[in-house]
Design a protein around this ligand. Structure first.
Ligand SMILES: [Cu+2]
Length: 607
């Protein structure tokens, strides 16, 4: 269910997206990728294929055009939202769908009134294609108002992900949508229910909230971000103050069938534990990484979903007899509850949607059974999932030094009266006019300290990073251009994190902690939690030339500086991609700001 809105005072965008329909070069056998054989894809390609080595090129390009407009709207719960920014007038924006091995061409038309934009394709590897990563001030200059930019990339991976603005905290105004790349799956299912985003929703604009959060709070500490005004499930929910306004999202199942649901968390701040009353479910992919379902631990009753993460799950629909024996009315609550510490999103209440069965005795009443409160997962995503395509990490290459240790601090700058998050002792602050790739294009090898660039040592095959959190607030860390493997993490605090005493400070101790690290096919994905007062070690292969952000995905935190730029295989960037493609857009951006427009100046890190 997509929520379509009318932008008050502005013309509704024309919906002009179109998907190509030409047949694939790679023909699929009719017995392949059926409900009983989802592991199969095309001749020679299946769930065991390592897409980093082989991709089933289809020779097809799928085209989308997304028009980004701005205005005040009446939101899905009936309440005015200030300065929403939406693709083609909908929240979430249109889902971009392609097959594994297709090329995807997305044209962005910026109709915002006084903001540039840059659109990032979250989780896509962008092999040798850093210039299409869509980060303003890193891989491109922003797209100025009334300008157009086309992004072109390969569906090298398959599964569920999303696209969003990477221009300050702009995606918090609604600048996001889902991406589905069809491919094989590690468990069978009958029906693909499609994407199901669950995210925080605010009546104020992201810019209004960011200004509050950047200002020091009481006693010089950070200002606690405001709680969300609502939590949307697939773009809708009832109004928490008056449930006659808006409507619950409903997922409708036929008894006995198996369903795939593609969960993702496009919040700016809110992380949650997802559960469905009376139902367990099986995880088949963590971000864009298919996971082995033969291990019983992949079937769970609840899942912690950090900001930016995706989980593809299989739900076995109950039989009519099972529904009857549950004593309910065939409707079950879908919950997105919060760890009670309040450290990974401000407390909201009991946001919910409804899973309903379509059968003769079905009613459209609300669920009767409240169900048990799911276990408090303490702001930590599970690292128990094992990728189908095994990637072992050579322990012989592992070492920790000052160079690859990245402390994360909260910093109160009294002179500026602003709070920052630093990583490696710098709060990143990029230049929209001079992205890092422009330095590379011009062969300039020095840049401001505030760019927070870390060069990957060119001789290393694997790159290891220890992130040490010097605050109680956990951070969902996201890497561009790679999936990282999670080599280790400080154990979850014993208590639910209600008091400081339950949040001991844990440093990585090479003598004591090295034995707890996992080098054998560790969990692999593109977002994972850095525990409060704890540490995280991730690793990735040094093989994708470019400038790749590694940042906290809480929109407020990355705006306040919590990001580095990994500069990888610097000397190969110019030979792998045409950096002259930067020039026209940077000239357009420069001439836009030179005209002294009614332009909203940069007031944060820029990313
Ligand atoms: Cu953060």
């Amino acid at each position: 269910m997509f929520f379509r809105v009318s932008i008050i005072g502005f013309l509704q965008a024309l919906t002009v997206f179109s998907a190509a329909t030409a047949s694939s070069l790679v023909q699929r056998d009719s017995s392949c990728n059926t409900p009983d054989n989802r592991a199969c894809w095309t001749d020679g390609f299946d769930i065991t294929t390592d897409w980093e080595k082989e991709v089933p090129y289809t020779g097809r390009t799928v085209h989308y055009t997304l028009v980004l407009e701005q205005g005040d709207i009446i939101g899905p719960d009936g309440v005015f939202k200030h300065d929403a920014m939406l693709f083609n007038g909908s929240f979430p924006g249109p889902t971009i769908t392609a097959d594994w091995g297709d090329y995807v061409n997305v044209t962005i038309i910026n109709k915002l009134l006084y903001n540039g934009t840059s659109i990032h394709w979250h989780g896509l590897q962008m092999e040798d294609n850093n210039i299409n990563d869509g980060v303003g001030g890193v891989t491109e200059c922003p797209i100025p108002p009334n300008a157009t930019k086309s992004y072109l990339f390969l569906a090298e991976q398959y599964g569920t992900t999303w696209y969003h603005s990477h221009y300050s905290a702009q995606y918090g105004n609604g600048v996001l949508g889902a991406i589905v790349f069809n491919g094989p799956a590690s468990a069978n299912y009958d029906v693909d229910l499609g994407t199901f985003p669950i995210n925080d929703w605010y009546y104020e604009s992201a810019d209004q909230i960011l200004a509050q959060v950047q200002a020091p709070g009481e006693h010089g500490g950070p200002t606690i971000p405001p709680p969300p005004d609502n939590i949307l499930f697939n773009g809708t929910n009832v109004n928490p103050a008056d449930i006659t306004m808006g409507e619950y999202a409903r997922v409708v199942l036929t008894p006995g069938l198996k369903y795939r649901l593609r969960l993702f968390n496009p919040s700016v701040n809110y992380a949650y534990t997802f559960s469905i009353v009376g139902h367990n479910f099986t995880v088949i992919a963590t971000d864009l990484v298919p996971v082995n379902t033969t291990d019983p631990s992949t079937t769970v009753s609840s899942l912690f979903i950090a900001v930016g993460q995706r989980f593809d799950i299989i739900i076995q629909g109950k039989t009519e007899e099972e529904i009857a024996s549950d004593g309910g009315n065939g409707n079950y609550w879908i919950n997105a509850t919060q760890p009670i510490s309040g450290y990974c999103g401000n407390f909201y209440g009991k946001p919910a949607a409804i899973l309903s069965y379509d059968f003769p005795d079905a009613t459209d009443e609300l669920p009767i059974v409240d169900g048990l409160v799911p276990e408090d997962l303490r702001c930590e995503d599970s690292t128990d999932f094992r990728p189908v395509v095994v990637r072992d990490v050579p322990p012989s290459e592992f070492s920790i030094s000052e160079y690859n240790t990245l402390p994360v601090h909260l910093m109160n700058d009294k002179k500026q009266s602003k709070v920052f998050w630093t990583i490696d002792n710098v709060a990143i602050n990029v230049s929209w006019e001079q992205p890092l790739l422009e330095y590379i294009r011009e062969d300039i090898t020095f840049w401001p300290y505030s760019e927070n660039v870390l060069e990957i040592p060119p001789e290393s095959e694997w790159s290891f990073w220890l992130i040490e959190n010097k605050s109680k607030i956990p951070h969902p860390m996201h890497l561009h251009g790679h999936d990282f493997v999670i080599v280790g993490r400080s154990p979850a605090p014993d208590g639910p994190g209600l008091s400081d005493a339950m949040m001991p400070v844990r440093h990585f101790d090479p003598v004591l902690d090295t034995s707890s690290l996992n080098f054998t096919n560790p969990a692999r994905r593109d977002v994972t939690m850095l525990p409060g007062n704890g540490w995280l070690i991730v690793a990735f292969q040094n093989e994708n030339p470019g400038a790749w952000l590694f940042h906290c995905h809480i929109a407020w935190h990355v705006s306040m500086g919590l990001s580095v730029q990994f500069l990888e295989r610097k000397n190969e960037i110019k030979e792998k991609m045409d950096l002259n493609l930067l020039v026209d857009n940077c000239a357009a951006w420069q001439s836009y700001i030179d005209t002294n427009p009614p332009y909203q100046p940069k007031n944060d890190s820029g990313v």
